[in-house]
Design a protein around this ligand. Structure first.
Ligand code: FRU
Length: 509
């Protein structure tokens, strides 16, 4: 019943097997599509494993956040989406808007692959940026190719990636016009690259800069830097920054550190920060950006989230805060996703800051407290507290003392889902099996959100831990919470759903 140990599935394998499985389904029972039927007969809306206050589409597969932006009074969040099935494929940009980053309205899918175009295989991840009243999207277009032109070589069909531009001039960013040919058609020829995707653009003076996630075979992941005066003609400059291959070859270069996906590079609290995804995790680096040499020198580094969290992107909110969004993937089999009719969700918004030493600080958007409903009662003894989270829902705030052992356990009645311990002798937190070192004087603190099949934690205000669990029941059970430790402080609340059903919001057409 706890987190499944199924290995994360290769998304391109999903594509191949999804077509076969859908055809088989149609032949066997005449249904048009497995996912549509489950939504229509209400099983998605009633699914107790479907989150109630996390953003996710009404059905089908989603992955990376794309191009989050605050524009004309609304937050726009685009994300990788398969309009056809609850497994990866037909990559498109889906679109949701919000005024508070918590309640969402789904808008029509913003961009889908164009037959015969450079993105006919998929509109992959990218970013948005505003120039006057126009919002541009820069994204990776993918098409099937020949082995010599392929930039994705991971054992699947050879795929060629190029960087493309689209724009929207309407107030709600509903209509997107794609430029027909890529702005950067091929990667730098002199490099043996392992991938070429997930661009973002910023403007400095009169010059545009673009970063693209990449890597060099047997050397390591990197971020490529380009420059342009007009958004159309781009000059490759050099690697903005590079990392190291872990030396253990895998078919997919993202799994051994040879390829960095979804880089995001921005100024924060007097320094620059880079986030990127590789080795199944998201890393951050903070340091100095030399804007004459156009090189980034990382000084501090760490992991953003120790669990199920990938390919994040950031935007600046209307108050100037740096907001982080991540894809929370499933940890269950392809069959289970097909049965459910949906897959993946967006993390809650997290605010990023740097402390004086350039170390990352994270917190769940403080306005999330507007979703609190009743406060949850607890029973307290001298060694700690206990409480129940009704129907897999709630928020917990726990803080312990610097010199005292502390532990938090969340579980079903019969077995544990998650255990977080503070080990004062080792000056470390033990999060399930992962040890996270603390700094002198740190006292333990945990902020947790439980929502149907996900627990999103922020520990010490410094690192995330996102955990999936599946109750496999027709109704969401209550979860037992036990906190052990002298002098611990605990508060808990039930959290209101963000829509009347579990479809997040009804689609607006
Ligand atoms: C990260 C990623 C990106 C790519 C997208 C495709 O999860 O692999 O690199 O653009 O997903 O869906």
């Amino acid at each position: 019943m706890t987190e499944s140990t199924d290995a994360p599935l290769d998304r391109r394998q999903f594509l191949i097997s999804s077509v076969a499985a859908l055809l088989a389904l149609r032949q066997s029972n005449g249904q048009v599509s497995a996912s549509r039927s489950v939504e229509e007969n209400g099983t998605i809306a009633l699914d107790p494993e479907r989150p109630q206050f996390h953003l996710l589409p009404a059905k089908n597969w989603m992955n990376d956040p794309n191009g989050p932006i605050y524009f004309d009074g609304h937050y726009h969040l685009f994300f990788q989406y398969n309009p056809e099935a609850p497994v990866w494929g037909n990559m498109s940009w889906n679109h949701a808007i919000s005024t508070d980053m918590l309640h969402w309205t789904h808008l029509p899918v913003a961009m889908t692959p164009t037959p015969g175009g450079p993105d006919e295989f998929g509109v992959f991840s990218g970013s948005t940026f505003k120039v006057g009243r126009r919002v541009y999207a820069v994204y990776t277009a993918t098409r099937k190719s020949t082995p010599e032109h392929a930039t994705i070589k991971d054992g699947g069909p050879p795929i060629q990636e190029s960087q493309c531009l689209a724009w929207s001039d309407d107030k709600d960013l509903r209509t997107w016009h794609k430029q027909s040919s890529p702005i950067v058609a091929t990667p730098p020829t002199e490099m043996k690259i392992t991938g070429f995707r997930d661009p973002s653009i910023w403007k400095q003076g009169n010059t545009y800069y673009m970063t693209v996630g990449s890597g060099v075979a047997k050397e390591g992941g990197c971020v490529l830097l380009y420059r342009s005066n007009d958004l159309n003609r781009w000059e490759y400059l050099h690697k903005l920054v590079e990392g190291k291959w872990n030396g253990k070859p895998t078919p997919n270069p993202c799994d051994d550190g040879e390829m960095w996906e979804c880089p995001d590079f921005f100024a924060l609290d007097g320094k620059h920060v880079l986030i990127y995804s590789t080795l199944g995790k998201v890393f951050w680096q903070s340091g100095m950006f030399d804007d004459a040499k156009l090189k980034f020198t990382p000084e501090k580094t760490g992991v953003l989230d120790l669990g199920a969290f990938y390919a994040p992107k950031t935007n600046v909110d209307k108050n100037g805060r740096r907001i982080l969004w991540g894809w929370i993937p499933e940890r269950r089999s392809e069959d289970a996703m097909r049965k459910a009719g949906w897959s993946g969700m967006m993390s809650l918004p997290r605010v990023m800051t740097l402390d004086r030493e350039g170390m990352l600080q994270l917190s769940i958007l403080p306005e999330t407290k507007t979703l609190r409903s009743a406060s949850i009662p607890k029973t307290s003894g001298k060694d700690g507290s206990r409480l129940l989270l009704t129907a897999c829902n709630g928020e917990l705030l726990c803080a312990g003392l610097a010199k005292e052992f502390f532990s938090l356990t969340i579980g079903f009645v019969s077995n544990e889902i998650l255990v977080v311990q503070y080990l004062p002798d080792r000056q470390a937190m033990l999060i399930d099996e992962t040890e996270f070192p603390l700094r002198a004087g740190d006292s333990p603190s945990v902020h947790a959100f439980v929502d149907a099949s996900v627990i999103e934690l922020v520990l010490m205000g410094r690192v995330g831990y996102t955990k999936r669990f599946y109750c496999n029941q027709t109704q969401a059970p209550d979860l037992a919470v036990r906190i052990v430790g002298k002098g611990t402080r605990v508060e808990a609340w039930a959290i209101s759903p963000i829509s009347h059903n579990r479809l997040t919001t009804p689609a607006v057409t």
